[in-house]
Design a binder for this molecule. Structure first.
Ligand SMILES: Nc1ncnc2c1ncn2[C@@H]1O[C@H](COP(=O)(O)OP(=O)(O)OP(=O)(O)O)[C@@H](O)[C@H]1O
Ligand SMILES: [Mg+2]
Length: 220
């Protein structure tokens, strides 16, 4: 379970500050799929980066099963993320000089697993890329790269998957296929999903929709 309590984030700007997130409080239960929608610039990506521990809130707590990400050291949060959080970004963010297999093995290696290859292979097969293991990102299509990113996000069987416009960089057909695949692999696990999207159809596939507007969350 993920619990965000009074999470605020601002950026300093010309002597003052821009409030992006204003005391957001919400809970995401195990196995729950939650969509976050909101206009461009409303802070969706900012919120996701806080939940991933890639950035820190100015105040508030973000607890994953009682551990507060917001107060961890950099080292603690890196280890915590590798074990507990899978992330899928719009731009894939694969390591360009790593093969598909090496990209997927990476979270396991960061978590201290010295024999990551079987699990990485299995995760790639689960997204239909058994024949692309030794390919580098530049040798794969956008849809294939995003499937590698999904395998990487799922390989440690993390309790939480965060996805920021995962189909936003793909054509409609490929995007739909990739999203169907993500929902399919989620069915096999007990992970919860927090999905940022502009796509209403995709949002409707989730259990709940949260709208971000003017720094506040509107619960449906
Ligand atoms: N590092 C930063 N420094 C200053 N302002 C920032 C920074 N990062 C984001 N912002 C501002 O915070 C606000 C929220 O940005 P964010 O990227 O979270 O929006 P978003 O909802 O994801 O938008 P989009 O739908 O376009 O992806 C924007 O007004 C942006 O300009
Ligand atoms: Mg964004």
């Amino acid at each position: 379970m993920l619990e965000a309590q009074a999470v605020s984030k601002y950026y300093p700007h010309s002597g003052g500050k821009i409030d992006v997130l204003n005391e957001l409080t919400f809970t995401v239960h195990d196995h729950e799929k939650v969509a976050i929608i909101g206009p461009s610039g409303s802070g969706k990506s900012t919120l996701l980066s806080l939940l991933a521990g890639l950035d820190r809130p100015n105040s508030g707590s973000i607890k994953v099963n009682k551990d507060d990400i917001a107060v961890m050291t950099e080292q603690e949060v890196t280890a915590f993320r590798a074990k507990n959080i899978g992330i899928v970004f719009q731009q894939f963010h694969l390591m360009s000089h790593f093969t598909a297999l090496e990209n997927v093995a990476l979270p396991l290696q960061i978590a201290g697993n010295h024999a990551p290859w079987d699990a990485a292979e299995e995760a790639l097969k689960a997204v239909g890329l058994g024949a692309r293991m030794r390919h580098f990102p530049f040798q794969m299509s956008g849809g294939e790269c995003q499937r590698v990113a999904i395998a990487r996000a799922m390989v440690s069987r993390p309790p939480i998957i965060l996805a920021d416009e995962p189909s936003g960089n793909l054509d409609l057909n490929t995007g739909t296929q990739v999203m169907d695949l993500l929902f399919d692999v989620l069915k096999e696990s007990s992970a919860s999903l927090i999905l940022v999207t502009h796509n209403q159809e995709l949002a409707k596939k989730c259990d709940r929709v949260l709208s971000l507007k003017a720094g506040k969350l509107i619960h449906d």
